[in-house]
Design a protein around this ligand. Structure first.
Ligand SMILES: [Zn+2]
Ligand SMILES: [Zn+2]
Length: 137
């Protein structure tokens, strides 16, 4: 939790009870969640908790690298907790069976400046797979 608090502070963002409660929800969940799922858990703790404010807080937490966006096949945006110790550029792998999300520390693109004559400006990458646990069950 300390790690996430310092990440917010580093970006000059307020450590609000709601933001902390959202991080808490993700800490107890290895899977990705939709804003609606976060909202339904959050409403148990906070009386007045609108879905738009959940959307905004998720967006803020994503921008400071605490959460990561996961694109699912239902075309909705899902969020997952970024559990890596480091701040450097990396990607995520998600299990198509159970939804578990893990960090991939190495990026093959980060050392490359060009591909086929294109100067790389940025890239987005999400790897889908089946986790060890799901493979053996
Ligand atoms: Zn799995
Ligand atoms: Zn990368």
């Amino acid at each position: 939790m300390e790690r996430y608090i310092s990440k917010l502070r580093k970006k000059g963002l307020k450590v609000t009870p709601r933001r902390m409660a959202i991080v808490e929800i993700f800490l107890t969940n290895t899977s990705h969640l939709t804003p609606e799922e976060v909202w339904s858990q959050l409403s148990k703790e906070f009386d007045k908790c609108g879905l738009p404010s959940v959307y905004r807080n998720l967006e803020t937490l994503e921008q400071c690298g605490i959460l990561t966006k996961i694109q699912q096949f239902d075309r909705k945006m899902h969020y997952a907790l970024c559990r890596t110790e480091h701040d450097h550029h990396h990607h995520h792998i998600t299990c198509v069976e159970c939804g578990r999300v893990d960090d991939i520390e190495d990026c093959t693109f980060s050392d490359r400046k060009t591909i086929k004559g294109f100067k790389i400006v940025n890239h987005f990458l999400q790897v889908n797979g089946i986790c060890e646990e799901c493979l053996h069950n």
